[in-house]
Design a protein around this ligand. Sequence first.
Ligand SMILES: [Zn+2]
Length: 283
Amino acid sequence: MICVAGVGLAALASCRESQVLSVHFIDVGYGDAIVVHMPGEATILVDGGYGAHETDQGRRTVLPYLQELGVTQLTAVVATHSHPDHVGGVVDVVRALPVGQVIRPAWGRTNVYTLTLDEVAAVRGVPVERGGRGIEWRWGSMRLRALHPIPGGADVADESFDLNANSLALVVEFGAARVLLLADVTTPVLRELYTHGYLPRATLIKIPHSGQRDAYDEELVRALAPQHAVLMVGPNPYSAPAPEVVSGYEAMCMLWRTDRDGTVVAELTKDGQIRVGAKGKTH
Ligand SMILES: [Zn+2]
């Protein structure tokens, strides 16, 4: 095998090739916090739930979960976009643990979360990279590819800038297994990506935007043919998830939801096999 040494802590990763990759969809209430874990090779955190200014899921839930997994440093931390239910906890994790790099989307908005994350990363000496379509990272036997937004962007101050439509959509590839992490991307973006061949068929989909109506297209999901879908949701004022989104996924694949099942863990092998289980509600 070829060992690809990344930057920072990734270079410390051993060259032993993992046979199993696990993806942990942590129950942080409303919001996303996902750990992609290959013991001895790499651990990536994608979003961290609400942060210290809200329900403090980064410190209350994500950090203890990583500790339980035996993770004491992170190869990379991804903030898919700077809405607080995604980036809030990320800031607290970067403050607390050694992190190889921070990845955030090519296009963003200058808000308090973006500024705080950049500041904390700078203080901790963690490089911040902008992710966009065509950019990929390889850690051991795993590849993480950015599907959206288009690369080469910047942060804008415009309050009307649509963070969801510009959130960082990713695919985790491990042999024949693929996990789509679709952040909060909206229906028009999903359709555009699919029409242009940027959305691959997937073994598992992290349902975008907590199952809200503005991030769903039944035909498109059917074409992606997932075996499993994970809905990350908790109590919220947005009427999420939408009933037709829930029934649509239920009709097409096995649906897991963090508000009912607690933290959901998927184990993937390189031949494309997948095993999914839930840890039960803990809060
Ligand atoms: Zn969002």
